[in-house]
Write a protein that binds this ligand. Structure first.
Ligand SMILES: Nc1ncnc2c1ncn2[C@@H]1O[C@H](COP(=O)(O)OP(=O)(O)OP(=O)(O)O)[C@@H](O)[C@H]1O
Ligand SMILES: [Mg+2]
Length: 245
């Protein structure tokens, strides 16, 4: 359902590749965890596969649609939760969710049903009518999640979604990710929380200096990397500092 082939990107005025010949295929119904040290290329990859950032070479296909040649068809299948939520500050939570529902053509009854369920789950009902700029970090994260799920996307992409969430909300989010996959849909998320990756993901990929070093389920990764814990494997492949020089 997601196919990334030979994806490469260097930022302007940079002589290092932020993402370097990345190949990855995700199936329907799986939760994929994207790990890697700071500056490894996770956000860059995520921004490319959500169509926010262009790429130099390679291809991305979502639900059989090429992201460059069939951009709108490919993007319709994506729900995206970014790692920063500063864009829609002046809208109320409700206006933002309605805006997202309008963009994706979600009918009124369905959007209400989905929003109600999520507002309840995240205990965000009281703040729904307030401007997003008055929200805490965690509340912004939650409204962004509701906006991303309002069209029940086949591919749900989240960049470090656990950051700033209280334990209860983090639990709810993990439940939502599981439910999403149980419906035959796919979740792709980056995280620094190895425990979450370990418990939640069907498969994990570790990116270091733009290159996907290892990918597979936990058992496969452990077998390939010498049967230690995910933390030991991470520290060993990340090699002290993963940041580009
Ligand atoms: N807008 C930009 N302009 C130039 N270089 C950038 C830009 N954004 C990221 N980079 C560089 O690209 C590389 C990958 O960064 P990226 O943000 O994708 O890493 P990341 O894996 O998401 O890291 P983190 O865990 O800190 O979020 C880094 O070397 C970074 O300095
Ligand atoms: Mg990042």
């Amino acid at each position: 359902m997601l196919k990334i082939e030979h994806l490469t990107k260097a930022y302007a005025k940079s002589n290092v590749k932020a993402v370097d010949d990345l190949n990855l295929e995700l199936k329907s119904g799986e939760i994929f965890g994207f790990l890697g040290p700071n500056g490894a290329g996770k956000t860059t990859t995520i921004k490319m596969l959500t169509g926010i950032l262009g790429y130099d070479t390679g291809s991305i296909s979502i639900c059989g649609h090429d992201l460059k040649s069939e951009s709108t068809k490919a993007k319709r299948n994506i729900g995206y939760v970014s790692d920063s939520h500063v864009i829609y500050d002046k809208l109320t939570g409700k206006e933002y969710v309605e805006f997202m529902a309008d963009i994706y053509g979600v009918d009124v009854a369905t959007r209400k049903e989905r929003a109600d369920k999520l507002l309840e789950k995240f205990e965000l009902r009281d703040a729904y009518g307030s401007q997003i700029r008055t929200y805490s970090h965690g509340m912004k994260q939650k409204i962004s999640i509701i906006g991303a799920l309002i069209h029940s996307p086949d591919l749900w992409v989240l960049d470090e979604p656990m950051t700033g969430l209280d334990p209860q909300s983090a639990f709810q989010l993990k439940e939502l990710m599981r439910e999403h996959c149980a419906d035959g849909k796919t979740v792709f998320f980056s995280t620094h929380v190895l425990e979450v990756a370990e418990k939640l993901c069907d498969r994990i990929g570790i990116i270091v200096k733009g290159k996907l070093i290892t990918v597979g389920n936990l058992e496969e990764i452990k077998a390939a990397q010498g049967d230690s814990s995910l933390e030991e494997i991470f520290l060993s492949v990340a090699g002290g500092s993963g940041e580009h020089a």
